[in-house]
Design a binder for this molecule. Structure first.
Ligand code: BG6
Length: 513
């Protein structure tokens, strides 16, 4: 009999997730925004669900001197403010005594030795070895000294060769172009082995993004249609209502292509377009993602080519006047940083040749919505045709990633009556109606997965590099052009005209989800 393939924890329910070894999570950048908004609430909610190991410790690390007690208060208040579930003092009472803080510089080897000592003391106090999970949630300028000091202090190599070896989660941005991503990967490899590294893209932790794999591969009806013979085009939208706001300092150095397109929308594209993996496990899935990313053709950067960029101008958001990007705090008056980008991609493989993939993302757009829309080819108009006066739409399958998570399919239907008249209708499945709305946050899933050593929902080094390869020429061209070619769109609209032109040349239009 053939060997039974190893089943992914996802397929085993949560049983494996309950098996995390004793763990100490060390957060670098402990007083940062992400720590308060996402990481500490994630740990708290894992505790509510009984998914943290009995011996679980949380250590904040940062440059600021913060006494343990004060760090606990910060963590407590962060849960109160940001957790999806109300703070229970009972649950917090289990985490609080195991929450501590170590102050130190990121380039201070002696401070890392102190951290190592701190972890050794935790082990001594419980009489067991613990797994260390480092979470690097700092500005990227200090990624390198942190990594090097984890190596120099011996922390990176701790228990290597055993299941509870040290692991590291690295927050985005993972480099700012191909050269810097290669350099960062090189530094990581000097210190960690690839299987210890968890590069985060929080979109992969979203329920609906995981569901995309289930929908594609647990249903037999999609795969036969999932190719150039039946699909006309694919649109991936990650639209935000928020503007740059108070994040001008960061955003000005980043821009939409780096902040959203290169990572989040490309992950959505990879999961949509990849070949079926041979197994539901990290390497098999990541191999397929890299393969499809490698098949993306170089972009045409000329006028009327494959890319569009824009900044929001003053407009109306939710009935209120909203400032333009150039008026936001921390944005240079002549800023050449885009708040919107649209891309037309071609994937040159057997499955997708000739099917355009359109990606767009922007701040201050009409609605917050992330979706993947698969537009099918129209049927031949032998019986029903628009030219014959029938109201028809192309069949569109859309995965609504957020908000109002779900799936819908547009079908053409007969309007009841004695005449034959048609109308497109939408068949929808909504998570909230079927399953209720208390879905785990992406960071809960990702922290837990890293703790049990499952890299399926993380990005491998070559994956990040392949994606940067696609976009680095665009970034270089935009940097050289400055503001020349920068379009604008009113805050609260669906984006600039130049993005419409990108689709018009294929006879397509953007959806208004
Ligand atoms: C982050 C970007 O990665 O994703 C932000 O840096 C953006 O600019 C955020 O607002 C969007 O995430 P979500 O989960 O709210 O869609």
């Amino acid at each position: 009999m053939a060997d039974t393939p190893q089943r992914h924890p996802f397929l085993q329910g949560l049983s494996k997730h309950r098996g995390a070894p004793p763990t100490v999570v060390i957060i670098f950048g402990a007083s940062g925004d992400l720590t308060a908004r996402k990481l500490i609430p994630a740990v708290y909610n894992l505790s509510v669900d009984g998914l943290l190991p009995a011996d679980f410790y949380l250590v904040g690390y940062g440059r600021k001197e913060i006494p343990d007690e004060e760090f606990r208060t910060l963590a407590h208040d962060a849960i109160k403010e940001f957790s999806r579930r109300e703070l229970s003092e009972d649950v917090w009472g289990r985490i609080a005594p195991h929450t501590t803080y170590v102050a130190g510089g990121y380039d201070d080897k002696a401070a890392f030795d102190r951290l190592a000592q701190h972890i050794a003391e935790i082990e001594k106090s419980i009489g067991r070895e613990v797994q260390t999970l480092f979470y690097i949630s700092t500005p990227p300028s200090v990624f390198e000294p942190i990594l090097l000091n984890l190596g120099a202090s011996g922390l990176a190599g701790k228990y290597l060769g055993q299941a509870h070896h040290a692991k590291v989660i690295i927050e985005k941005p993972f480099g700012r172009d191909l050269t810097s991503a290669l350099a960062l990967n090189a530094t990581i490899r000097r210190v960690f082995e690839e299987h210890q590294v968890y590069r985060i893209d929080h979109y992969l932790g979203k329920e609906t993004v995981q569901d995309l794999l289930v929908q594609r591969f647990a249903n037999a009806i999609f795969e036969p249609l999932w190719n150039r013979n039946f699909i006309d085009s694919v649109q991936i939208t990650v639209a935000e209502e928020v503007g740059v706001g108070t994040r001008g300092g960061y955003y000005e150095q980043s821009g939409c292509l780096r902040d959203m397109i290169q990572n989040h929308t490309m992950q959505l594209l990879a999961l949509t377009a990849m070949e079926p993996p041979v197994a539901y496990e990290a390497e098999a899935i990541r191999d397929e993602k890299v393969k499809v990313l490698k098949a993306i053709q170089p972009l045409d950067l000329g006028a009327g080519g494959d890319v569009a960029r824009a900044q929001y101008a003053a407009g109306m958001m939710a009935g209120k006047a909203a400032p333009g990007n150039l008026q936001e705090q921390g944005i240079a008056p002549q800023s050449a940083t885009e708040t919107y980008a649209a891309i037309r991609l071609s994937i040159n493989n057997w499955r997708w040749q000739g099917v355009p993939f359109y990606l767009r993302s922007g701040k201050c757009m009409a609605r917050r919505v992330s979706e993947i829309a698969i537009n099918f080819k129209r049927p031949p108009g032998t019986l029903f045709a628009e030219s014959g006066g029938f109201n028809l739409a192309a069949n569109t399958l859309s995965f609504q990633i957020q908000p109002d998570e779900g799936l819908s399919l547009i079908l053409n239907t007969k309007i009841p009556g004695l005449e034959t008249r048609t109308q497109p209708v939408k068949m929808s499945f909504r998570y909230s109606t079927t399953f209720g709305s208390n879905t785990p946050e992406a960071y809960e899933r990702l922290v837990l997965d890293a703790m049990i050593g499952d890299g399926t929902l993380f990005i491998r080094g070559d994956e990040a590099e392949t994606s940067w390869k696609v976009y680095t020429p665009v970034l270089d061209a935009w940097a050289a052009a400055g503001r020349t070619g920068m379009d604008s769109y009113a805050a609260g609209s669906w984006g600039p005209l130049s993005a419409d032109a990108l689709l018009a040349k294929d006879g397509n239009v953007w959806r208004q989800p």
